[in-house]
Design a binder for this molecule. Sequence first.
Ligand code: GBH
Length: 445
Amino acid sequence: MEWTVVLISLLIAYLIITFLFHIFFPEHHLDWQSINLDDITFPNEFTWGVATASHQIEGGNSNNWTQFEERENKERSGLACNHWNLWQKDHELLTELGVSSYRFSIEWSRIEPNEGEWNEEAILVYSDMIDSLIAKGIEPMVTLHHFSHPIWFEEKGGFYNQENLIHFKNYCTKIFPYFSDRVTKWCTVNEPDVFSIMGYHMGMFPPGKRSPLKAIRVMKNVMIAHGEVYHELKQLSPNSYIGLAKNVTIFDPYRRWNLLHWLTTFALNYIWNGAIISSLKRGRMYGKSVKHVKGSADFIGLNYYTHVLTSPFLPQTTEIDLPSRKHEIVTEFGYPMYAEGLQRATKWLSKLKLPIEITENGVSDGEDKLRPNHLKRHLWMISKLIKEGVDIRSYYHWSLMDNFEWAEGYSMRFGLYHVDYETQTRTIRDSGKTYQSIIKSQKSG
Ligand code: GBH
């Protein structure tokens, strides 16, 4: 008799809890049909930009990625956009778009091809790039590590071993003084979350490991490296503005009546987003002290793409299409287009009480069917958030042009410019023109 009472009460309690979750935590969605996407206004000081990363555009690299591409027999990055030779022409595209800033990264493997051996010629090329941008009135934002690093560093175990962090610090303090007279905005590392989970848990980035514990350890080490580099560089140049790019992916329960899906959501949100925010805010991460990381940022860079609907059976690879809501538009990559998430992501980051720089946002869309709308929805959202008082200072669209999309190779195209890899011709897409005219009208408005 008694066990039926227990069962029934448990069931009732469960229903009440899920009912309350539904009421108090609905998934945030807007009715885009009823929104006028042209109704946007940005402050005059707002920074309009585009972003790229060295390994994805330069070509001719030799680093942990080229090694991985060969070892796993993946599509080779090869010549990529041949940007190393065509950068002057590519800078003209920036002028054509009318951006006021350009985020790009420095390829550590070019600067220090062998341990302790510095390639002054490569440093000069980056230096020329910086001069060229400034001459065009475009402010550089430099990323020091965007997923790629020298093979010798990888072979020592890369960021997996804490004693290797000194090498990253050496590289950063070596090149920083060459540019700090002309560059104020710096990102130490790009997406510690994506870098560690994709490389050490999902096995889709080098070194191709599959261990959640290793991923967590690497994420922690990358944050420690960030913190140490931040303090060193600030000492060298106190006026520089240094942060990192954080990928905020929002995890939502696939079935909102299923408590297991909620539990997965809480866990993933903590592992992916919460831990990194906590390291910067409190100097604690995964229950351990990372005290130099606390306060080690002048801004927080936000790379925002999507939300992921989770259940305990989430695919452990990105090769499978993720679930989406019925009314959501799904991208080529198989992710839902979810501009609403920007509001949730920035709210989360607001805990840090730092200016927010949107260091990346974009979509894979070779035919450019979604991108114009994608761009307008996200800009509408940002305009609204700024009006509501969120301190967003910039928007860097990912990406200037099609490029080497890591595990997906050249199959995914994120560019405002289409790249014909045979002829290395860049052609502006409609979305590029859309961005160009938005920048123009906002700058003059
Ligand atoms: C970023 O994160 C990287 O910093 C950058 O190098 C990379 O090229 C860029 O994203 C694009 O992927 O097309 O809307 O379906 C890497 C993690 C995984 C985020 C794929 C964007 C696809 C979004 N990315 N995801 S969409």
